[in-house]
Design a protein around this ligand. Structure first.
Ligand code: SF4
Length: 335
């Protein structure tokens, strides 16, 4: 999926009929106020003043299609002049699976929306109930079908480590999300945000924290499933914000470079499988795609050093090779 420059508009908690236990969109997005048509105009005027074109306008947070049609139209109408002059070439928004219907999708298309993101979060109804989501996995299957039938691009969001979930349920969710054949996915390991019901559950001992290590372990299994299916994972982990980094992330899987940690671990596991039959004391060169070299080496060379130690290698180097695809290959083994 080609990456475009994005103009983000946050619509915190707009339209949400309930409170998911993990969510405080005002803190997650770093924006305490709901957006208006004037915000859209201001953001796009600023982008145009810099001579930018072909932008993607993205409404994040909240549940866009759950607000009144008049409010949806106000935000989208504000974008129309910039759609017409080419400053904006696509519009995406995110919403809940139970707030999608064919007439609403047609309205969005008529206003130039190109991509709808659905918060699936889990495909296990027990986990969805324990997380206060207020919808079922069947709602997600139905909504995903409607988005695709409307000719819109579909992005699905899933979470790991939600209340009532475990490794098997997280993997099952990934497989069921992949089976819906989205155009892309976002994976958000659960973060315990301050002043949310989840924080209360955690402090009361009824929810066990999904640590960074837990998230890396399960996502290193999930990421290759998406890659094997050819579905781009366009985000892994919450976008870092100053507020989250300063303590609003009370606990859980918050790490500014979570995606990099997961990619490193997934590559490390592939490399370990290749090195199992290599005699100790060997000098080994591994090959990975150029854009994966730093993930393979790992932060502070930890990936390479842990493999070298685990397999007793005299030397382990990593080389960029164009043929490696998403994986790791054994380029050279010398005694
Ligand atoms: S539906 Fe989305 S925005 Fe609304 S409370 Fe749940 S996670 Fe937050």
């Amino acid at each position: 999926m080609a990456r475009r420059r994005i103009v983000p508009i946050f619509v915190p908690n707009w339209g949400c009929p309930n409170d998911c236990v993990f969510c405080d969109q005002k803190r997650i997005s770093g924006s305490p106020l709901p957006a208006s048509g004037a915000d859209v105009t201001r953001a796009l005027e600023a982008a145009k003043a810099q001579g930018q074109t072909g932008l993607e306008l993205a409404f994040y947070g909240g549940s866009f299609t759950a607000v009144s049609p008049a409010l949806q139209a106000e935000l989208l109408r504000a974008a129309r002049p910039w759609l017409e002059d080419g400053t904006v070439s696509s519009i995406r928004l995110s919403t809940r699976p139970d707030a999608v219907d064919p007439a609403g999708l047609e309205m969005l298309k008529g206003h130039g929306v190109t991509t709808v993101e659905l918060g699936a979060q889990s495909m296990d109804d027990g986990v969805l109930a324990a997380s206060g989501r207020g919808h079922t996995a069947a709602d997600t299957v139905r909504a995903a079908g409607l988005v695709k039938a409307a000719g819109l691009k579909l992005i699905l969001q899933m979470m790991t480590g939600l209340p009532g979930s475990d490794r098997e349920k997280d993997l099952l969710t990934a497989r069921r999300v992949i089976a819906l054949a989205p155009d892309g996915a976002r994976i958000y390991p659960t973060v315990i945000v301050k002043n949310t019901p989840l924080e209360d559950m955690w402090r009361a001992g009824t929810y066990r924290e999904h640590t960074v290590a837990d998230a890396v372990a399960v996502c290193a299994d999930i990421l290759p499933l998406f890659e094997a299916a050819g579905i781009p994972v366009i985000r892994l982990g919450l976008n870092p914000t100053d507020a989250l980094s300063a303590g609003d992330a009370a606990a859980g899987a918050y790490h500014p470079a979570l995606g990099e940690l997961v990619r490193s671990e997934a590559l490390r596991r592939q490399a370990a499988a290749l090195l199992r039959d290599v005699p100790p004391g060997s000098r080994v060169t591994l090959g990975v795609a150029p854009e994966r070299v730093s993930a393979m080496i790992g932060q502070r060379r930890r990936g390479v050093m842990s493999l070298q130690e685990e397999f007793g290698l005299a030397e382990l180097t990593v080389r960029a090779v164009k043929t490696a695809g998403n994986g790791v290959s054994l380029v050279d083994v010398r005694p």
